[in-house]
Write a protein that binds this ligand. Sequence first.
Ligand code: ADP
Length: 498
Amino acid sequence: MKKFILSIDQGTTSTRTIIFDEKFDIVGSDQLEFKQLFPKDGCVEHDPLEIFETVLKTSKATIKKAKLNVNQISGIGITNQRETVVVWNKETGEPIYNAIVWQDRRTVNYCKELAKKGLAKKIQKITGLVIDAYFSATKIKWVLDNIESSKKLLKDNKLLFGTIDCWLLWKLTEGRSYFTEATNASRTMLFDIKKNCWSEELLKIFGIPRSILPDVKDSSDDFGFTTLLGGEIPIGGIAGDQQAATIGQACFEPGSIKSTYGTGCFMLMNTGENIKISKNNLLTTIAYRINGKNTYALEGSIFIAGAAIQWLRDSLKIIKSAEETEKLYGQNDKTQQIYFVPAFVGLGAPYWDGEARGAIFGMTRNTGIADFVKAAIDSVAYQTKDLVLAMERDSGLSIKKLKVDGGMVKNEQFLQFLSNILISLCDRPKITETTALGAAYLAGLSLGLIKSTKDIEKKWQSEKVFKPKLHKKEVKYLYDGWLKAIKKISIKKNRNKN
Ligand code: ADP
């Protein structure tokens, strides 16, 4: 009988479930969006029970669409939005508060205090991360400090914390499995990525008891089983979304890089068994842990990539669909040089300037919709160049090729400009659902359907390669303009100067 793997991709705005066959071709999928809650400026929350509902519903719908029986599913892989925090009552299974989402900025001031105390170096050395509200630790502390019911539950030993993977696993196994895995743990700002354990020292600093944290398994491991989909199905693989995409893109060699262009952009470079602590404001993170061995990565995150296109569509309403940008891109006025810095929520790596805000430079009376579109798309390429240069400085390697995926890579104009500005190849794979694919591979490894990462490398197929077409001098001219624009909106640099 043919064997299939069900991959659950629990993202920030929707849950997507995909079934892969033995060759890792897609045979069915389903997707459901869920509510985004914005209780206050800067706060972003989800309902953890609603998220779990979307997981059950999309899983059942995908099995039905693929016309399969549950007993044909060999295993489940899970990949998830990272850093998001759920705290729940272990007896009732009820969350004590909404999930606090990675985008949530409520703990910014507390992070500033940590930095003032001079903890940045220590935290970076242990966790590989820069101090930021983005990661789980300060969010957990917020729940413990602000949600009254946490105090008694903690005293009665009934409180549990988990990132989304851990919450889903606990729910799917009806409380039998309380685990997280290494890549998710490495985004909490509590995990010692060298010693592979929760850091006692950091738990003390944040006032978080070890008793509310799960044990940490490999990315490909025996996570228990679920019976909630109709039969008994083992769960064999878990990874945070960006790490899963790194696996789906078969970035197993040190120096290989993938860049995912969805709402934001996340670039990961495999650095092998060595921990490289960034001197250029990138993050050091666990790329995957297989057979008890960590492989590390450098990561750069851009908060606004495809979201810049959404802004043109939903706020400015100057385009009707993201696809329209492909046609409009070439229709810009070639005499103009417009720069759009989409720092709507500050700047991510390598600037980490939370107070900077967006701007558009170089407009004239002739500036029109096509110019806005080009500037928005180009901004994603320029931000990528910022990351690539930081990675080159940190790794000492010269980057010749980028494997790309995510919703934006449908746009060939974007990929051509990206290749031009990076002066490197941009390789688009046949399967661009790399996140779900990576989770399926991890499950396949633990279930014995794939033997090693070498098998995954053999399966990876390129669909189209984009080659640089601009002269170096022109690239320098264009990129210099971008750097000038960044300088103008950068609060940190200007403040330091004054
Ligand atoms: P996420 O997983 O973060 O929700 P996706 O990978 O589904 O994101 O990608 C969606 C993003 O890609 C949206 O922000 C959208 O604006 C952008 N996008 C989709 N199609 C195109 C296109 N043809 N050109 C440019 N951007 C696009």
